[in-house]
Design a protein around this ligand. Structure first.
Ligand code: ZN
Length: 342
């Protein structure tokens, strides 16, 4: 994600893992924003009169369990692609999903640092309704920081834990709505070169796992069955402020906001809008899937915790994970209730 110095309402992001620009409502782009995408059509709230009624039982994640998962994953240590930690986090996810329907999408990524074995893990919870909702998180930690103690408590661990905590709520239940799949995605972080500390974001040298899985799903017809792909990234931040993303489907973000309003969490959502955000959701958008990225890219003062060894457990909270998890679960109920493009 990329990160800027704060300049009045506009921030320009320069050196991190997701290329983007943050723009508060009503701000104008300055010339440094020219590489970012055009500003989105304003879509500040769920469209009046088009509110959807949720279907199925209300579900909530267990924040204590989610927190335990975060701690376990952080305790594994760095989990960059090719590391022992990467193998171990895969084993951990499999262990927590034991007995569930789980598939692997293993492949070898051709990166500027050489060929690296990667694997996406997909857990499937079948529903009665025709169609699939996919929830995603990346599981890797930043490769260029492999010579440091970077453990990605927020950037990698928090959302991997979140998906496991959501799986706990679906397991053993008869799902009357769409099937829910969890995509644990490898290789999100950019690998621009073999040089440690090279934190440049290079679009075609990142998102390896999601690009591989999206291409596979496009080829085998799965992509056409996906009603929504909801990505979670960096939502563990104690100071939670999830941004709207102009590259996400506006109707899907409106449903997310409606879900947040229902739960009283709307103050954590969409005070700012991101333009030009590159994250795993983009791979699925290219495959024709409606996508949304639930992301908080404001991590620490001036983003000082992002892609630094400051990204540790003390900077994140179970409450933030709970807010994101419960809003995603409520969004699923809205999708099951017929929520879709306006
Ligand atoms: Zn990152």
């Amino acid at each position: 994600m990329k990160r800027p110095a704060k300049r009045s309402a506009v921030r320009f992001l320069s050196t991190f893992c997701i290329a983007l620009l943050i723009c508060a409502p009503g701000c104008t782009k300055d010339k440094t924003a020219s590489a970012a995408s055009d500003p989105p059509a304003p879509s500040p709230a769920a469209t009046p009169g088009k509110a959807v009624l949720p279907a199925g039982p209300e579900l909530h994640i267990d924040p204590a369990r989610a927190w335990q998962y975060v701690k376990d994953i952080v305790a594994i240590g760095p989990r960059w692609d090719g590391s022992k930690g990467q193998e171990r986090v895969g084993e951990y996810i499999h262990a927590k999903l034991k007995g569930d329907l789980v598939e692997e999408d293993a492949f070898v990524a051709d990166t500027p640092a050489g060929k690296i074995a990667m694997r996406n893990i997909v857990a499937k919870f079948p529903g009665a309704k025709d169609g699939i909702i996919v929830l995603g998180s990346h599981i890797d930690t930043n490769y260029p920081l492999r010579n440091t103690k970077f453990v990605g408590a927020n950037d990698g661990a928090s959302t991997t834990a979140l998906l496991l905590a959501i799986a706990d709520q679906l397991r053993g239940k008869k799902l009357e709505g769409y099937s829910i799949w969890m995509a644990f995605l490898d290789g999100e972080e950019s690998i621009p070169s073999a040089t440690p500390g090279d934190l440049r974001w290079v679009s075609d040298q990142a998102l390896y796992g999601s690009r591989h899985l999206a291409a596979k799903w496009q080829q085998d017809g799965t992509a056409a069955k996906i009603k929504a792909f909801i990505l979670a990234d960096m939502i563990g931040d104690k100071d939670l402020d999830i941004q709207r993303d102009s590259g996400s489907a506006a109707w899907l973000e409106d449903l997310i906001l409606q879900a947040a309003q229902k739960l009283g969490y709307q103050s954590y959502f969409f005070a700012q809008t991101l333009n030009g955000l590159e994250d795993d959701h983009v791979s699925f958008a290219h495959a024709g899937v409606p996508v949304a990225d639930v992301i908080d890219i404001n991590y620490g003062y001036n983003n000082s915790y992002h892609h630094t060894t400051e990204d540790t457990l003390d900077k994140i909270s179970p409450k933030s994970i709970q807010i994101a998890g419960d809003v995603i679960l409520e969004t699923i109920r809205l999708l099951n209730g017929g929520g879709g493009p306006h």
